[in-house]
Design a protein around this ligand. Sequence first.
Ligand SMILES: *Cc1c(COP(=O)(O)O)cnc(C)c1O
Length: 245
Amino acid sequence: MTDLQDLRVRRDELAANLAKVEERITAACAAAGRKRADVTLIVVTKTYPASDVRILSDLGVRHVAENRDQDAAPKAAQSTDLPLTWHFVGQLQTNKVRSVVSYADLVQSVDRAKLVTALSKEAVRAERELGCLIQVALDAEENGRGERGGVGVGGVEELAARVAEAPGLRLDGLMTVAPLTGAYAGRQQAAFERLMDLSTHLRVAHPAANMVSAGMSSDLEQAVAAGATHVRVGTAVLGVRPRLG
Ligand SMILES: *Cc1c(COP(=O)(O)O)cnc(C)c1O
């Protein structure tokens, strides 16, 4: 096959997958009595090439997410002409912050004070306003930290206040990944409902921080049912990832 034929085949595949995900979101919204427009699809393009990002953009996707700076930075650099909002959703080391801030519009994985300080410093330096979501670890101790990142429930308020006060940063809301262990293991909807409760509480002090990012390929219905405003879908759009990511 020529490259052009490859691209057409891939485009058809991604279009078909997107249509199925769109149907799932629409059905979940209907079941929950919510408007489709109240849920934003973020396609997680990690491990997939910039050519896929370009196809997705052409198919109408407006939000993409990545979880590793090494993969994301070159992909974003090849996509600067596309009308995309870039979300960073991975565990973030402070030495990668400068790079991430250069292309990310939002960081969904803010989970410690040191990271807030670093993000603020680089956002100010880059003269950018960076949207931030506090990543909540529902499998962590109340005042602990999650194994896959995230802050325990007890640390959310203080971290949110730090973000809200930090120059260059905008507090946009909360994010979680359904826990594999602990009290919420296998209970995605209960986990997402807990995140919603935390969001309701957060919005008393920070009314504009109304993003609730929850739900992936396997549990987007439960997230929509619980009230998520953003779902992060990788596998169901792009296919099973060739390697862990
Ligand atoms: C990979 C990833 C997703 C998407 O997961 P799928 O199961 O492929 O849909 C969502 N959120 C985060 C934080 C991820 O790392």
